[in-house]
Ligand binder design. Sequence first.
Ligand SMILES: Cc1cc2nc3c(=O)[nH]c(=O)nc-3n(C[C@H](O)[C@H](O)[C@H](O)COP(=O)(O)OP(=O)(O)OC[C@H]3O[C@@H](n4cnc5c(N)ncnc54)[C@H](O)[C@@H]3O)c2cc1C
Length: 191
Amino acid sequence: MEVPEHKEIRELARRFLAERGGALRAYEEEEAFPWPLVEEMAGLGFLGVFVPEALGGAGLDFFAYLALLEEMGGWASLRSILSVQQSLVLTPLLAYGTEAQKARYVPRLARGEVLGAFALTEPEAGSDAASLRTRAHRDGDFYVLEGQKTFISHANVAQVFLVFAKTEPEKGAKGITCFLVEREDGVRTSP
Ligand SMILES: Cc1cc2nc3c(=O)[nH]c(=O)nc-3n(C[C@H](O)[C@H](O)[C@H](O)COP(=O)(O)OP(=O)(O)OC[C@H]3O[C@@H](n4cnc5c(N)ncnc54)[C@H](O)[C@@H]3O)c2cc1C
């Protein structure tokens, strides 16, 4: 059932699209990343809808987020940005991140100060994600990751990446670990 907060976020989204539809169409036609619109959406709380206010989000529920995605559904670019940031990056971080990871990354992601990406797919590992070849091995206090990913939404604009790599290849799907990697840690991306 829709509560007033859900109707409010729908109304905000409709108004945003009515005012910014022209600009958005131009970005999509030019295949350019709509940074100014992302900043505006961040200001409206659209990038951290279900993130608690204490962590920089709007503090609404998951249905409010779904209502927003429904309204944005006609615009592939914006809808993807919203869902990658929230479904693929913030959701796993909130569910499985350590307190230190949440404190470091969630507020900046929820406020749209940085964008995140979810790097699972590889040239030879799509539907069968467990066959991925990226490896991570321990080197002192660090892990060294080596491998290649493909089809990663936000790859060229993200600062924070959730990267899936095999730490114990002999365990198959059970030997995969998700690492939080920052672009400056040595990530190279191309369109
Ligand atoms: C727009 C877009 C955005 C994406 N964003 C991301 C992202 O942010 N992060 C990320 O990690 N990945 C992302 N992906 C990758 C996406 O998750 C993969 O494309 C998907 O997992 C399928 O893998 P594949 O393309 O290698 O196809 P394949 O796995 O090679 O599959 C090809 C075809 O074979 C079928 N098939 C495969 N296995 C079987 C089987 N066992 N039985 C029957 N049929 C089968 C599939 O249904 C499909 O039709 C994105 C892809 C697209 C198109």
